[in-house]
Design a protein around this ligand. Structure first.
Ligand code: S3P
Length: 170
């Protein structure tokens, strides 16, 4: 059976963690899109943003997304928080596989991102007291893309069994 599962959601929603777990459980490869972009570019994500800018990062993100998707039959992929929100990536994802949105609350994202700002160029320079406002604003802009997922997993239902149940039965 061929299956391509794309996990989408805001920074800090746990895409990488759950993607790795899902891949292990159903024995298909796991890809972290950010990691593959960094490999492709020979630079870290913060370096790409600093040296080339966000626009260039978005182009590379699209290119690596297409390359990976087209060269593998089955995988679970953790996309970046912005992946479905640029170009027509959300349509591309939906056309090529099952799109799962891990929907965490702003409070939960905020708690996690306070401690994980450094490797995320979009928030690394934002002061701690301004972080929540930033998340609320960005999240509300991006929701329109995330909502187009085939499957929406809400914070309280995030566990491996429930996720698998939804992916295989819907
Ligand atoms: C981004 C999220 C990051 C990474 C880049 C931009 C975003 O991925 O792709 O820093 O636009 O939300 P994570 O969602 O894995 O943090």
């Amino acid at each position: 059976m061929h299956m391509k599962i794309f996990l989408i959601g805001f920074m800090g929603s746990g895409k990488t963690h759950w993607g790795r777990e899902l891949g292990k459980k159903i024995s298909i490869p796991f890809f972290d899109l950010d990691e593959k972009i960094a490999e492709h570019a020979g630079r870290s994500i913060p370096e790409i943003f600093a040296e080339k800018g966000e626009e260039c990062f978005r182009l590379m993100e699209k290119e690596v997304l297409y390359l990976l998707t087209e060269s593998h039959e089955s995988f679970v992929m953790a996309t970046g928080g912005g992946t479905p929100c640029f170009y027509n990536n959300i349509d591309y994802l939906k056309k090529n596989g099952t799109v799962v949105w891990i929907n965490c609350s702003v409070d939960c994202l905020h708690q996690r991102l306070i401690n994980e700002k450094e490797k995320r160029p979009l928030i690394s320079n934002i002061r701690e007291r301004e972080l929540k406002t930033y998340i609320i604003k960005k999240f509300s802009n991006r929701k329109i893309f995330y909502q187009q997922a085939d499957i929406i997993i809400n914070e309280d239902d995030i566990n491996l069994e429930k996720m698998l149940g939804r992916i295989f039965h819907e």
